[in-house]
Design a protein around this ligand. Sequence first.
Ligand code: TIU
Length: 220
Amino acid sequence: MPTIKAAPFDFPFERDSIALIVIDMQRDFVEPGGFGATLGNDVSLLQAIIPTVAALIGGFREAGLPVIHTRECHRPDLSDCPPAKRLRGNPSLRIGDEGPMGRILIADAPGADIIPELAPASGEWVIDKPGKGAFYATGLQEYLDRRGIRQLVFAGVTTEVCVQTTMREANDRGYDGLLATDATESYFPAFKQAAIEMITAQGGIVGWAAPVAAVLEALD
Ligand code: TIU
């Protein structure tokens, strides 16, 4: 069986049952003036992975394998945004407030768009999710099960929030997950490193981790 060189051990790559899931590569997290910036973060850190994520997406497309995108965002009436999420902390703008890219984290605002460099291709599914995890309040599990997808490669932002949450949700549902380490980023580099270690410790308690080059090599 082909494998991807990964930590903590090689990933048993199954071409017929694998998909890429690109988490929340939205203007709201990556560009100044969006949700990430309202929380006090330096968003420039996240911009560095754009070419690597693009290469990973390109590899899956060339191999004819599924690519799924997610967006963290809410309905304009905020009916899917728990008050606890909107009211917590002291951001410069809250979810739903008008910002330089339109209303913060609202589905039809320009800030919620996936960045143009990583725009979904026609036919690729874009999941709008109200939570940090992509399985909560979405049809993701049914979508994957209908297509026989059992393995997921994860990319996107931020490593320890939406990416790790989704990986953990997937793990509990019986999927094998691999984190593409140079196609994910955090506003806190130490948290990214810690997340990779948490995921792969204890014999891959949550899953695997490998650089994009190792994934692309297996796709060839
Ligand atoms: N704040 C932060 O690090 N992340 C999020 O709020 N959402 C995602 O990770 N997408």
